[in-house]
Write a protein that binds this ligand. Sequence first.
Ligand code: M6P
Ligand code: ZN
Length: 194
Amino acid sequence: MADVKPFVLDFNLLTGLCESGKVKPTLRHVSNMAAQFADHEAAQALAAGENPLLYEFYGLDLPEESGVLQFGTTKLYPGKVGDEYYMTKGHFHTILDTSEVYYCLSGQGGMLMETPEGEVDWKEMKPGDALYVPGRWAHRSVNTGSEPLVMFFVYRGDAGHDYGTIEEKGYRKIVVERDGKPVLLDNPKWVTFS
Ligand code: M6P
Ligand code: ZN
């Protein structure tokens, strides 16, 4: 069993940031996932230019064991690449049948999810909403608002991140702005992009 002592961490309710600096965030910029956006040219141009920060999140240095809970916050900034909202890379869990819980602290957006069999779901999130992502569902956060979307998350410590499937095939759906509102469209690049 993991030899982890009780500990406390601070995550700001509005910004999601660990202000004590006890843990350091991982940053993802457009260049880290340019191929994931449907408008590849817009993504490449952004990546080659100001290369904006899309999101930052905290992962703890805990043992990857089934009895451990991994937790932290993700701060996803507002913006779009072309007409597609800023989003996280998204992943399946390596142990596919492990779930995750998200609690929205601030901002506005949603979670785009799909199973390997092709079932798709989209759940909107606002402050105070808790979302259960069951095992087998890939999950990607999307910021459809004008403020940072901040979510607290918890998942099983040995779940792992499988990014390869999403990197190879993409998501079946994209979330884009139409007349100021988010809509789901088929991803024109699904499966085909490399
Ligand atoms: C969430 C959690 C983390 C994840 C992070 C960033 O906060 O699911 O495990 O690492 O989002 O998302 P991604 O790993 O898809 O870039
Ligand atoms: Zn996850």
